[in-house]
Design a protein around this ligand. Structure first.
Ligand code: AMP
Ligand code: FES
Ligand code: ZN
Length: 300
């Protein structure tokens, strides 16, 4: 296999693009996909301070690496979920990465904000773990950005994550999540910061290859409360489709974004208020995060 750019020996074949690259040209391709995502969806400019949510995994650390190299102003945000050794190790990976590059890292403790670490929240709510965890993460990312004056939060969601989420929403025709599924969500309220996903054009395999080639030390283990079996199953089904017809995932997601999403956007316009307790946005009177924190407090 030869590199499409330089004709040298290729290290990676990207079947969905029908190309192969040597290591330096793959890194270049990867960086270009990120800058294309940022440009196309006007995610942020070089003058804006970007708060990048980092989990210690390959995706968010690869993204941080690309953004630092490209000269963007980034600060990392690590949310300490209090999940035993998994959280300790992933925090250590983020700290080491930041120290290595002289980058700033904020850490927010879920235990302090919600009243208990995720394993305990899980026992209290009896909801699927990741639903309380996902709710807390989204809330705390927005809160940290507001508290520290960042206009935008970036996450490391990749093409596989986005295609799997889309697949799950389509299977149940969940119109609200479909309207919100986008690489860039604008701020629709002064208390809601922009949310962007600069890796949406890159697959899990590609971010893993980037992290490997750049020597990034990331946490390989998944959260021990393995994400809902259904989302893993959706990824598996999409991988089988991709195997049989390279580009299937990418066509599914991009086709939705270009052709179908606008239709859902119109249906799902909701009115936002400020939560009576914490002041963050909600569609009701008290936000879901404050209700969760109450429930945890009562149980303690
Ligand atoms: P996941 O839902 O675990 O696939 O994570 C998707 C993205 O959410 C990651 O790429 C990060 O940007 C962000 N994220 C997940 N967990 C954390 C965490 N504990 N702290 C900060 N950001 C996180
Ligand atoms: Fe949410 Fe594990 S429970 S990441
Ligand atoms: Zn609230």
């Amino acid at each position: 296999m030869k590199c499409r750019k330089c004709g040298g020996a290729a290290v990676l074949e990207l079947r969905r693009h029908n190309v192969a690259f040597c290591a330096p040209d793959f890194l270049e391709f990867f960086r270009k996909q990120v800058s294309e995502a940022v440009r196309r969806h006007r995610m942020f400019t070089r003058d804006e301070a970007v708060l990048l949510a980092v989990s210690g995994g390959k995706d968010s650390l690869a993204l941080w690496d690309v953004l630092i190299e490209a000269g963007y102003k980034t600060t990392g945000l690590y949310l300490d979920l209090g999940i035993y050794d998994y959280s300790k190790e992933s925090h250590a990976k983020c700290e080491a990465f930041a120290a290595d590059r002289g980058a700033a890292l904020l850490t927010v403790s879920v235990e302090q904000e919600v009243g208990a670490p995720i394993p305990e929240v899980r026992a209290v709510t009896r909801r699927p773990t990741c639903s309380a965890c996902g709710l807390s993460k989204r809330y705390l990312m927005n809160k940290a950005a507001l508290d520290h004056g960042f206009p935008v939060v970036a996450t490391g969601h990749n093409l596989d994550d986005e295609a799997a989420t889309l697949f799950g929403s389509v299977l149940h025709w969940q119109t609200e999540p479909l309207a919100r599924q986008s690489p860039a969500l604008p701020s629709t309220h002064p208390k809601l910061v922009r949310r962007v996903k600069p890796l949406y054009r890159l697959s899990e395999l590609e971010t893993a290859a980037y992290a490997f080639l750049r020597g990034i030390d990331y946490i390989v283990e998944e959260c021990p409360f393995a994400r809902g079996a259904t989302s893993l199953m959706h990824k598996e089904i999409l991988n089988r489709l991709e195997e049989a017809s390279p580009g299937a995932k990418h066509n599914f997601l991009y086709g939705f974004l270009e052709k179908a999403r606008p239709a859902f956007e119109r249906v799902a316009e909701v009115e936002l208020h400020e939560c009576a307790r914490c002041g963050q946005v909600t569609t009701g009177t008290v936000c879901a995060f404050c209700k969760l924190a109450d429930q945890v407090k009562r149980a303690r």
